[in-house]
Design a protein around this ligand. Sequence first.
Ligand SMILES: [Zn+2]
Length: 343
Amino acid sequence: MASVWPKLQRHAGALRERSREWPAFTVITTPSPWRVAEPMLSRVPARVIFVPSLRRADLDQALAQARGAGLIVGIGSGTAMDAAKYVSKHLDARLIQVPSTASNNACFTRACWVLEPGERRSERPTPIPEAIIADPGLIGSAPASLNAAGIMEILCSHTALFDWELAHHAGRDVDWNEPLRDFAQGELDRLETLAPLVGAGDVEAYLDLLEADARFAPGFTAHPKARFNSASEHLFGWALEEQTGRRLVHGETVSLGILLMAHIQDNRPEWAARMTLAARVPFRPEDIGVTWDEVTRTCAMLPAFTRKVPWYSIIDVLAERDPSLALLQNRCAAARDFVRGLG
Ligand SMILES: [Zn+2]
């Protein structure tokens, strides 16, 4: 099992080259990425397992189908990456990850989401993959909107750093680390250049997003309690998904979460909006498949949701300041007005 994060392999033809060396391997994937990736492989896999969701029953079924596998290759987006982590962990098998989009950072984290009725559990630690292959031919075939949404896995540090510092000042045990904070801030600064390229549909810029995710990965391992890359904006995104009961694009729910939370934090929401507009990632409820009513209901459920994923954030600070929650809900309403007025 790898103990250090591998360098991202991002050159054209990487998947064809690397798959030549794989012994009998088991692919964990979903239908759309598999259609594109299959002809790019040099060898035929021993087994191909399609995973419909991250529900516990689906993950355990994939695990049963993969029994005996020595090498798991995850090919796809967040669901395939997380399922491949889950299966390789439980089989103690080798793991190679082949993300098919830049839309999320799932292949760079040490956790796998496991969904159970009314519950979102994070199973950790999952193995570090021995290789991560970002083939431009595969990534460039994914919808531009999905790839662009991946910028939110970096922009989320804007609101996360703010919350992380709040938690540190509140005396919480959150692995506070100034060099790590400065690193994440540096990645945010780079978005000034990267966001317009992402918005223009530049495949190299999508690969740069994955490269940035790769730079974050060692921090997740070394500082597991540090919230330098996800906090209230992710809580909002997951709560919105739970509220609607629909499958939404992760980066798009997080984009709305960043804008709302940056405003609630009084933390340069205009800057976050400028990056979001430059990268052309949808954030308006009507553009991400939800209604304003659902957004309002999600804001109302945030204090309860933060008991499920207990990450200290601006939500706790405002709820502590005014236990009637009127202050939090007023700030949420002002943030919704800010988002309504954008663009
Ligand atoms: Zn995320």
